[in-house]
Design a protein around this ligand. Structure first.
Ligand code: P6P
Length: 340
């Protein structure tokens, strides 16, 4: 039986191999992994833990929060606030950033997260997950004094991430991570209570026969998306010359995990229900981390017009259209937009 490689050993070996992971970042990622383990235990309790159902509150998006949304957010905040590796945190569940109080050691990283993505699936026992992204706190201009962290410090393009990942709470609890040297997957060994490396150098096939989109929104889509999906639905008798399968779990973490595991294309495009919004998904703590993971695995990720990781953010909770997954499918779907 080959020796089990823990998350810590993997990160130390990455640190040694290419210096990609300064110790502070390694320790931060280990704290996030421990928080995900705690969230997994709360999720697994379900009704037995009294954690199902809605809380009596709304988040910054105006969405009714689930009890587990709040629990997951609190776990991540508490785990990280005294870790000493962070300067501040931003969460889908919080209006403004959380600056680590001065009484705690301040670090040089910024952590952004969607503490529990796919909340609509919590009460029906379908996979959900935590998505996280790590940025470096910007250095002050030469000669300038260190300023307090502000929301502006978080507004960095996805290409500036130093780590990104998610933890999917499904039949297995699996942590998926990149620090810029490919994608690795770690499965939680509940007997040992540790994440064990189960796959590295994850690769997404460049072609696929599987698309993921919420088909109930079809009448609201823009022409290019409708053309792309119609052609998939025409199957082998149409211009694609092959039949397609469809999946939609309504948990981005679960849909992206499937794509990282066997390929596919995921679309959450702009639609005319809320024309002033570019899309439903959030750029900073959903699209950016997922897009970096997908690119690191040989896939592609655009908003229909440009690479998601190049989008310069203007607001912490801004939304974006997302097309990501198998490279050739993303390029085709994106190409239809530019053909407009
Ligand atoms: P819809 C979950 O709420 C989420 O943010 C993503 O995880 C998921 O892909 C999408 O929204 C599902 O949206 O409109 O199909 O419920």
């Amino acid at each position: 039986m080959s020796q089990k490689i823990s998350l810590t050993r993997y990160l130390v070996e990455q640190q040694r191999a290419d210096g990609l992971i300064p110790s502070q970042l390694r320790l931060l990622l280990e704290v996030v992994a421990r928080a995900c383990k705690s969230i997994s235990q709360a999720v697994n309790k379900g009704a037995l833990g009294g954690v199902l159902g809605a809380a009596e509150s709304e988040n910054v998006q105006g969405e009714i929060q689930k009890k587990l949304d709040i629990i997951a957010n609190e776990v991540l905040i508490e785990a990280n606030e005294w870790g000493g590796h962070l300067a501040a945190m931003a969460s889908e569940e919080m209006d403004s950033i959380y600056v680590v109080p001065n009484r705690y050691p301040q670090g040089e990283y910024l952590l952004l997260f969607d503490p529990l993505d796919g909340s609509s699936n919590i009460d029906v026992n379908v996979s959900i997950g935590t998505i996280f992204s790590v940025l470096k706190k910007p250095e002050p201009a030469t000669g300038e004094p260190q300023q307090d962290v502000s929301e502006q410090d978080f507004l960095q393009a996805g290409s500036q991430q130093v780590a990104a990942g998610y933890c999917v709470y499904g039949p297995q609890t699996t942590l998926v991570l990149t620090v810029g040297n490919g994608v690795a997957m770690f499965t939680l060994d509940r007997e040992q209570g540790s994440f064990v490396l189960t796959q590295e150098n994850v690769r997404i096939p460049e072609d696929t026969k599987e698309f993921a989109i919420n088909m109930s929104n079809m009448r609201h889509w823009d022409t290019p998306v409708k053309r792309y999906i119609d052609e998939c639905l025409e199957g082998k008798d149409g211009p694609r010359g092959k039949d397609f399968n469809m999946r939609w779990i309504a948990s981005m973490v679960a849909d992206v995990h499937r794509i990282l595991t066997r390929g596919g294309v995921f679309l959450y495009p702009w639609d005319k229900r809320e024309p002033e919004k570019p899309g439903k998904l959030r750029l900073m703590y959903e699209a950016n981390p997922m897009s970096w993971l997908v690119e690191q695995a040989g896939g592609a990720a655009t908003n229909g017009k440009e690479r998601i990781l190049d989008i310069p953010p203007t607001k912490l909770h801004q939304r974006v259209s997302v097309i990501l997954g198998s490279k050739n499918e993303v390029e085709r779907a994106t190409g239809y937009h530019s053909a407009l």
